[in-house]
Each structure stands twice: as C-alpha cells, then as structure tokens.
Design a protein around this ligand. Structure first.
Ligand SMILES: Cc1ncc(COP(=O)(O)O)c(C=O)c1O
Length: 431
C-alpha cells in the first residue's frame, strides 16, 4: 500500500476511531457503561472543565464509546469534529440553538422531514427564532429570504418525503457570499453517497437511526462540524460575546486557533448537550458502530434495489406517478447525475391511482414490506406520510413541502429484488 495514502471510505467505516484497547487488548469497541469518570487530581478536574485538557467527565457530555462513533463519522464526512446525541431531531435542535438565539432568523428549505418542519415552523418561533422557508428547487429563494437577522441556511440533501435533490453547490455559494453557515441534513444520502462538506456544508446532520445504523434497532443523531466556518463576524453573538453558559468564554475569540476552528462542535457539546441533556447511550453508539462497518456494503444494494423498484413502478398501470432521483425523466435526475455518482439512495415514492383510499389498501396488503414510520432499515418499509409522519402539517404546509395525499413512501431494503417486486404486485392486486 502506498505510504501516507489517506485511508479509503471502506477502511474508515470498518476501523476509524478505535485500535485495540491497550489494557484488555479487546478488538471490538468496548461499551463503557458508566455515568462518570474519576479525576486524577483537583487540577485535572479543573482543566477538564476549563477546556484546557480534553477527557472524560460524565457521560452526558461524552463517553469513550460515543467518541469512537464521533471520530468515525467525522472521518467519513471529511469533517473536523462531531457530537453524537440521542436522536437526529436532537442533533438538529442543538445545531440551530448553538448558532441562533431569540431575535434571530434561519432560512430553510421547505421540503423537510415533518418533525423538522414542525420544529422550525412552530417550536423555534415560540423560542424567538423565526424560520423563513425557501424553495429548494429555486436556490435564489434562499438568498431572497436572507435578512440582517439570518444566522444559518438549512436543507436536506434529499428531502423527506418528496425526494427532491437539493442543488447544494448553489445554496452553498449563496451561504458563502452572505457569510452564513450552511447546515445540511445528509440523512437520506449518508456520507457514502454524498460528502456534503465537499459541496460547501459547514455542519452536517445525520440521523443515525436510518442507513448509518441500518437495521432499525436504535435511535440516535450526530452533527459534524466541517471546521470551515469563521464565526468571528460579530453578528454571531453566541460566539463573540462572553457566553454566560460557559465561564464567559467568547468561542470565536478566546480559544486557540485549532479549537476556534471547531467552535461549533465545542459549543454544541458544552452548551445544549451538557445543559439540555439529549445524550446518546453508549449501548446505542455501539449499535451504530456495528451498522457503519457495513455501510459501504449495504448502500450499493439499497441503491440497486431502489432503482429496480422505481423502474417497476414507472411502468405499472396502477401507479399514477413515481419519484426517484436516479430514474430517467425524474425532475432531480440531472442533479443526481452531478451529485450522486454512487447512486440516488434507497427511497422511492409514488402515487397509487385512486388516491388515499387506494394507497391505504395497497399498504395493508403488503407482507414483505413492514408498515411503519422509519426509513433506512435492511428491511423494506412502507408508509403513507400524509396521514402519519407529516400529518401534523396542514394541507397547505403539506403541499408547500410537495407532499400529496396519494403519496406512498417506500424505503427499499436488502431483500431479494424479485421478492420485493412480488410484494408490490400483491399490494397493487388489492387495489
Ligand atoms: C431526513 C431526516 N432527518 C432527521 C430525522 C429525525 O431523526 P430521528 O428520528 O433520529 O430523530 C428524520 C426522521 O425520520 C429524517 O427522515
């Protein structure tokens, strides 16, 4: 092997962040089931709390098992530091309140996972942070929504559930021009299909619950700091004024340059994670590490099966329409050709002719597909978002995010493709 070659994605996925434990020689990553860690001395304790030295304090702030996961995802994303938390939702909330405070605004794509939409549209405004929604298909609408109060731009790499692919390069160019961080939820692409940092994301969110974990067995999320954003602009008051949440520290001013670079990661760990408490259990971190070890083996099959399903649905007389960014003729196909060179993901959505009642019959007839509210499992999953995951949105909000009442969402698993298609035929036969 060539000297000094950076490890490849596959090797990072299997090995990064851990070498055999020096005490026990354990090859597997140990699960550190402990709430707290002893200090070597009073000085050691003070140094840890003062960020003069890094180490373990209490598992709400960090844990050695979680640290392996964080190091691994950081390297997979090509970032500088990551913070793992209890869910993708917590990662998003923590990221926003690390950057924005009451009186500030954020600009977000409107085609979002329903929970994120509600957080941005209803919960953040109650906390004084207002969201302006932009149209992901028209990047110029992000720029038009920016005011002097805007503190970040936000989008999903592939939007849930309509599967419009975002032109990340175009939105990143706007973010750079207006000196705003771009936060990208890359859950639907994973770093295997798209390294959003290479396209200008300053912070990447992943719901670990989905393809990174890959087996529908645990809930978790992670935010990765690209280490690219300069927070010294005074408009980022949370980074430039003495922070009463952390010893009066000015994150963009007082830290040494190598830590200033990861000021977002440090602040999201030491302020929202430490004080609001949505921490990830080390058992779940371990589960996600098992999943990540096979990410590069699973994703090509998710992609291959999803494309075959999309082609099957395109030609089916009982399907009104189908969306898959990898399908010829799909509105996102051209962008997918540019951004998603390894494939367009594992999700397919379509409309059943006959609308919602037909869609319900279709889903109830499925046997191989599980009818449930998750995506990114090795098992194939089906859902009717308008009546479930996105039902808290008004019809108008659903339409704004591109969601129609007849849409059936499929997360295509790793089963044999003939069995998957046979099950879809069973669904159509019931309509
Ligand atoms: C794109 C996307 N982001 C974030 C989330 C939230 O993740 P979690 O369920 O881990 O909180 C979801 C959940 O479905 C999602 O689809």
């Amino acid at each position: 092997m060539a000297q000094n070659k950076q490890p490849s994605f596959e090797t990072i996925a299997v090995q990064a962040g851990h070498s055999p434990d020096p005490t026990t020689l354990s090859r597997g990553v140990p699960v550190y089931r402990t709430s707290s860690f002893t200090f070597k001395s009073a000085e050691h304790a003070a140094n840890l709390f003062g960020l003069k030295e890094f180490g373990n304090i209490y598992s709400r702030l960090g844990n050695p098992t979680n640290a392996v996961l964080e190091a691994r995802v950081t390297q997979l994303e090509g970032g500088a530091a990551s913070v793992a938390v209890a869910s993708g939702t917590a990662a998003i909330f923590n990221a926003v309140i690390t950057i924005a405070r009451a009186g500030d605004e954020i600009v977000s794509a409107s085609n979002l996972y329903g929970g994120t939409y509600t957080m941005f549209d209803a919960i953040l405004p109650d906390l004084g942070i207002t969201t302006k929604f932009a149209d992901v298909l028209r990047p110029e609408t992000f720029e038009a929504a920016i005011t002097e109060k805007t503190r970040l731009l936000y989008l999903e790499s592939i939007g849930n559930p309509v599967l419009d692919l975002a032109d990340i390069d175009a939105v990143a160019a706007i973010a750079k021009k207006r000196h705003l961080p771009l936060v990208v939820d890359g859950t639907f692409t994973t770093p295997y299909l798209l390294k959003t940092i290479e396209h200008g994301a300053d912070v990447v969110i992943n719901s670990l619950t989905k393809w990174l974990g890959g087996h529908g067995t645990a809930i978790g999320g992670i935010a990765t700091d690209a280490g690219t954003f300069d927070w010294s602009d005074p408009k980022f008051t949370l980074f430039n004024r003495p922070d009463p949440n952390y010893h009066g520290l000015r994150w963009a001013v007082d830290l040494p340059p190598e830590l200033r670079k990861i000021a977002f990661a440090l602040r999201t760990r030491t302020v929202p994670l430490r004080n609001l408490g949505a921490c990830l259990s080390p058992d779940n971190a371990w589960i996600f590490l098992q999943g990540i070890e096979s990410l590069h083996v699973r994703m090509p099959l998710h992609v291959q099966n999803a494309l075959a399903v999309a082609k099957f649905l395109k030609d089916h007389p009982k399907a009104a329409w189908v969306r898959y960014p990898g399908l010829e003729g799909d509105p996102s196909r051209e962008l997918a050709r540019k951004l998603l060179k390894k494939g367009a993901g594992g999700m397919v959505v379509f409309g059943v002719k006959g609308g919602r009642p037909a869609g319900e019959k279709f889903i109830e007839a499925l046997r191989l597909f599980s009818h449930l509210a998750n995506v990114g499992d090795a098992k194939s999953l089906a859902l009717h978002p308008a009546s479930t995951s996105h039902s808290q949105l008004t019809e108008e909000q659903q339409r704004a995010s591109g969601l129609t009442p007849d849409l059936v969402r499929l997360s295509i698993g790793l089963e044999n493709i003939d069995d998957i298609i046979a099950d879809l035929e069973r669904g159509f036969a019931a309509v």
